[in-house]
Each structure stands twice: as C-alpha cells, then as structure tokens.
Ligand binder design. Structure first.
Ligand code: EPU
Length: 335
C-alpha cells in the first residue's frame, strides 16, 4: 500500500532524516510492476539503505524492495547456482550459504545491505568481489515495468562499480541475483593479511568456508561500526588509484605507506590512510565524525543531517586533495 510523507530514517543506515513524498514496499515482481504504474516520479529503489546518504527529501516515490526467497536452481558436479530475491539481506544469504557448506561468499560476510544492491557496486571485501561468483541478475525497468536478465558481462563490473552505477544508474530494480557457489573443492581466499592473522589466532590451519566467514565477522566487528549502534554507510570513499609520480611523491614524505600494486601499473592507496594522515581520524564535528578505528567510515553520533555528513565528507576530500593532490570519489550514493 502506498503511504505519503514517510520518514526514511528507519530505511537508511546512516540514520538521517529525509521524507519521501510517497513510499511503498513490494514483495514480488508483480507487486513491483503495479507499484510502478501508480508511482509518482522520480522513483527511487531502496534496498537495505546502507550505501545512500540523503541530503534532502525525496520528491517522488521510494520503493522498498522486499522481494525474498533463496533457492538452489541448478546443480553441477562441484557447484550449484543459487538464486536469491533482491530484498533478502545480503548477510542472511551469506549465512544461509555457509550453513549449507557452500563456498564463495564467506569473505563477503557481514556486509550490510540487500542482495539486490550487491551487484550495483560489485561489493567486495578481504580479497573477494561479488563478480567472482556472479552468474546473472533479473531486473525490472522502472520506466516500463519490463523484466530483463543481465549476464555477468553485461553488468560491466569494476572496482565498486557496474553498469547500474554508470549508464543505467537509477533505471532498474534488481529483483533477483543468481550466484555460482562451490559444494566442494572450494577456492578459499585467505590472502588478505587480516584474515590470515585472525585464522591463526583462532587456531585454524585448514579453514572451511564457515571458518573464514567467522574470521571475517570478527574482523569487521572489531573495525567497523554496527549501524544499529552508530549510524554509518561503510566506506564513504573509494580507495583511489594513483600514477607512479603521485605515489613516489607520497613515498618521499612517508615511511612505508600502505598500498597495493595494480596489474595496470597504477597504485591503489587506502583512502583511510590518506584521511588519517590529514588528521581526521576520530574527529567529531557537530553530530558527525570520522570513525576512530577506521578513518574511511563517517559516522552519525546522533541526530546528524545528511547535509552535515556531506559537508564533512567534502571537507575531508578537500584536505586530501590539498595535501596529496588526490581526488577522493564517494563510494556512497549521495542523494
Ligand atoms: N588504514 C589506515 N587508517 C585507517 C584505515 C585504514 O591507515 O583509518 C590503512 C591501513 O594500512 C590498512 C589499509 O588502510 O591496512 C586498508 O584498510 P582496511 O583493510 O580496513 O580496508 P579499506 O581499504 O579501508 C576496503 C573496502 C571495505 C572492505 C575492506 C576489507 C573500499 C572502499 N573499502 O577498505 O569495504 O571491508 O577493504 O576488504 O574498497 C565498503 O565498501 O563499505 C567497505 C567497508
């Protein structure tokens, strides 16, 4: 049922106030299509609300995707295809897979948000990315109600990026995602040093997907704020890629800065480190702040507005640009 002038505060993990002129929740493709016919534009599809920052009210209709369901749709000798509704919580899907002994999602444990939002930014953590297990997705075009399938290639995945953040931004509601998960001969990824260290602390030498999931959950709990207690939307910026010249300049002034060498010869520098170097880590300005344990995460200390958070993000980006000549790009969708 369509309701009007609805507070979006319970629907965004940063916990800011914004009002939707119209709001409704859909639990099936059929309901979604009917909703789209009635909806006052612009239409915004919201999943878990963990990667958006509202800086103003929404003048049109917010559709909350609550399309559920998780099922095995195909079986192969060492793997299965699992199809999940776009409105499922991502971590619930990970937990379901781990309980079934399936491999492929364990490194992506405890990422907030919904299944339908996962492909939009090609979620990733601890050396894994969604695209590695992705088969296809189904999506409804907001303007027409047409249901379409997108293959992995068509999704044009990149680092925290896809077709749905680029050319097709804001035009589709992702109603289901199909993933290929291993039933045996798992391809476990423990290369990320935090994960390797945690498994060693846990006394595990031959990890299962469930062990890795547990390690990742512990790391995230220790480093990242729980939105239920401290509003946030995960990493606020992407980690920038810089050229050799910029990198050499950083290296001249800092001993042993963290970095990853990319296959294209460029260097990825953790934005959290850049922000910390500029003195922002743990700082609070009004109701917003830069998280004390991870400078890449902006937090709502209570009662923050989206504009306040965005102003802080801009101030942080300005000081990183000033000091390092690096432009930070938001990872979060600022609306
Ligand atoms: N670092 C600092 N200070 C900080 C934070 C980080 O110096 O305050 C340095 C440390 O050297 C650390 C390095 O940055 O070793 C990397 O930090 P971390 O392992 O915490 O990862 P990240 O690069 O900051 C990325 C993802 C996270 C993901 C982690 C783990 C992006 C934008 N973020 O963060 O994803 O959980 O790696 O794989 O790529 C998200 O997208 O919302 C998110 C939380």
């Amino acid at each position: 049922m369509m309701t009007h002038n609805v507070s979006l505060r319970p629907y965004n993990t940063f916990g800011v106030e914004a009002v939707a002129a119209a709001f409704l929740e859909v639990t099936s493709v059929g309901e979604l299509r009917i909703a789209l016919r009635q909806a006052k534009p612009p239409v915004l599809v919201l999943g878990g609300g963990s990667n958006v920052l509202f800086t103003r009210d929404w003048p049109g209709t917010v559709v909350r995707n609550a399309i559920r369901g998780i099922e095995v749709v195909r079986r192969f000798p060492h793997r299965v295809w699992v199809r999940a509704g776009g409105g499922e919580a991502w971590h619930e899907l990970v937990m379901w897979a781990v309980r079934q002994g399936l491999g492929g999602l364990e490194n992506l444990s405890l990422i907030p948000g919904s299944v339908g939002a996962a492909p939009v930014q090609n979620i990733g953590a601890y050396g894994a990315e969604l695209q590695e297990v992705f088969v296809s997705l189904e999506a409804v075009e907001l303007a027409t109600g047409r249901l379409r399938r997108f293959s992995r290639r068509e999704c044009q995945f990149g680092y925290r990026d896809s077709l749905f953040k680029q050319r097709e931004k804001g035009r589709w509601c992702i109603t289901a995602v199909t993933l290929s998960l291993t039933t045996e001969r798992h391809r476990l990824n423990t290369s990320y040093s935090d994960v390797a260290r945690m498994l060693a602390d846990m006394g595990i030498a031959q990890p299962t997907p469930a062990d890795i999931s547990e390690a990742v959950v512990r790391i995230r709990r220790a480093k990242l704020p729980d939105p239920a207690h401290l509003g946030n939307c995960g990493s606020f910026f992407k980690n920038p890629e810089v050229n050799l010249q910029v990198w050499e300049n950083i290296r001249r002034h800092h001993s042993n800065p963290p970095h990853y060498l990319l296959p294209n010869g460029r260097i990825k520098v953790p934005a959290g480190w850049l922000i910390e170097q500029c003195g922002w880590k743990g700082r609070r300005i009004g109701n917003v702040g830069c998280y004390e344990k991870q400078a890449l995460v902006l937090v709502n200390h209570g009662g923050a507005t989206g504009q306040e958070a965005y102003a802080l993000a801009q101030a942080i980006a300005a000081s990183v640009a000033d000091r390092f000549g690096i432009v930070l790009e938001p990872e979060v969708n600022v609306l």
